[in-house]
Design a protein around this ligand. Structure first.
Ligand code: ADP
Length: 477
């Protein structure tokens, strides 16, 4: 209501203004020929006519525009006054063409938006993959500027990977050989890949790595960038060295019993053992060495099975008290032979754990057997067990009054084939027993193993086994 009133008042004002303006114009044009009142009257009349004509035109074109906006078709043309139709037709044609173009642009805009989103998510995915990759990846553009430097490349090249993009290659890659390979690969303008082994860095900190460099070509087959993938060879070289050390130590340990067996057999074959007593001695040596060989092979197989995760574990509820008593019974004869006292001091508490009974027995037997071997005659060996309710585990200790272990050897005593040099004469061994114990306790049972020792006073080996719940046995693959 208020709007209609305002519009009517505005129209009336515009109409009056147009009439007065028309009157003044006519008065001015004919000012010299007529008296001024007639002139003003004629002017007002002419102005009124002009205003009416303008209003009619405005109304018709307004109606036409309204029609056009709602339909944009030939109907709009038909609704226009006859004299306005040719112009209306042209206008409608233009507008229709513009509408078609507008639709096309909108479709294209949507298409570009979708493509931009796809490209953005692809870029984010590529960045995420590059970030978690172990391999170092470096992308360099044709102007020898770094475009991509992932976290691994940052670590290997000792640079800030996030600040690297946009910086010159020479700032990021200090190694001249790697820079040369990247530049040469780009200069070659081919899709071929170059590979080289490099030492990044200097001295003891130098890292051996393998570089693979290839080019990225643009749509016109021109080189637009080079990609360098750097593979750190440190771990592989360590593993290769460990393998060769293992093979050489294992062969050495296997050769020792084999040599004594061969010597005995040769003497028996050559008839050098004249009397029955000597022959009995030789048979005894062959038997001992055969057992040692078998133990060595068994230990090696068990360790490698545990390391490979394919050992068969028969996990049940195990009373460690009974296991310790059984181990004491097994080792008792050896201890008595050396005049040693061996006894178990078990806490009268629940010593049940979740584990593999045979494997846990093997740990205790190994520790007790070592205690007997490295304790002089008349020594004392005690095996203890108690539960630690706070840590939810059972704690087992094997204490002897033997040779003790030199402090320098303590940290390495659980390594494969490690033996205290001076004790090799004291007793025969494989150097695998403690390593197997550690694997059984830590890898298989999730416990801990350790030792305290004072040279010349004795040692106390200990291990813990979580009480845990009984899990389903894991079957070997
Ligand atoms: P081995 O078959 O040689 O006994 P182990 O792995 O069981 O192999 O032990 C590794 C080495 O640790 C032994 O050779 C010995 O030098 C040392 N050792 C183990 N137990 C004791 C101990 N109770 N007292 C002194 N030295 C020990």
């Amino acid at each position: 209501m208020f709007q209609t009133l305002t519009r009517t008042m505005l129209s009336a004002t515009a109409f009056t203004a147009a009439a007065v303006a028309g009157g003044c114009l006519v008065s001015w044009l004919l000012g010299s020929a007529m008296p001024w009142p007639s002139l003003v009257g004629a002017g007002i009349a002419a102005g009124t006519m002009a205003a009416v004509a303008l209003a009619v035109v405005a109304r018709s074109s307004g109606a036409f525009r309204a029609r056009l906006e709602s339909t944009r078709t030939a109907e709009a043309v038909a609704s226009a006054p006859r004299w306005l139709r040719p112009t209306a037709r042209t206008l409608v044609g233009c507008l229709e063409r513009m509408a078609v173009r507008e639709d096309a642009w909108k479709t294209r805009e949507r298409d570009l938006e979708i493509r931009a989103r796809v490209a953005e998510s692809g870029r984010e995915q590529a960045e995420a993959v590059l970030a978690v990759m172990d391999e170092a990846v470096l992308v360099v553009n044709e102007f020898q500027e770094v475009v991509v430097c992932n976290a691994a490349a940052g670590r290997l090249l000792s640079c800030d990977s996030e600040a690297a993009p946009g910086r010159p290659l020479s700032d990021i890659v200090q190694d001249s050989t790697l820079r040369r390979i990247i530049v040469e690969t780009m200069d070659a303008q081919s899709t071929g890949v170059r590979q080289a082994e490099l030492m990044l860095g200097e001295g003891a900190d130098a890292i051996a790595c393998e570089a693979t460099v290839g080019c990225i070509l643009d749509q016109k087959d021109r080189v637009s960038a080079a990609v360098a993938v750097l593979h750190d060879l440190t771990r592989e070289r360590e593993i290769a060295q460990m393998k060769s050390e293992f093979v050489s130590k294992a062969s050495h340990e296997l050769r020792t019993p084999l040599s004594s067996m061969r010597a005995c057999v040769e003497m028996l074959v050559d008839g050098e053992a004249q009397d029955e007593g000597t022959r009995e001695d030789f048979y005894g040596i062959i038997q001992t060495e055969t057992e040692r060989l078998a133990r060595l092979v068994d230990n090696m197989l068990n360790i490698s099975r545990i390391e490979a995760g394919i050992i068969e574990i028969d996990r049940t509820r195990v009373d460690l008290g009974s296991v310790l008593e059984q181990a004491v019974r097994t080792i008792e004869p050896q201890a008595s032979e050396k005049g040693q006292t061996l006894h178990a001091d078990l806490s009268p508490v629940d010593l049940n754990v979740s584990g593999d009974c045979d494997m846990l027995l093997q740990v205790v037997v190994n520790l007790l057997s070592n205690a007997v071997k490295y304790t002089p005659e008349g020594g004392r060996i005690v095996v203890t067990a108690d539960s630690d309710n706070l840590a939810r585990c059972v704690h087992v200790g094997v204490q002897d009054t033997g040779l003790g272990i030199p402090p320098a050897d303590v940290d390495r005593i659980f390594e494969k084939f490690y033996r205290v040099e001076n004790y090799k004469r004291v007793a025969k061994g494989t150097g695998l027993g403690l390593n197997l114990c550690r694997h059984i306790v830590e890898t298989v049972h999730g416990g801990q193993i350790g030792l305290e020792s004072t040279l010349g006073m004795g040692s106390r080996f200990w291990f813990t086994v979580p009480m845990g719940r009984v899990e389903a046995p894991r079957v070997a693959a």
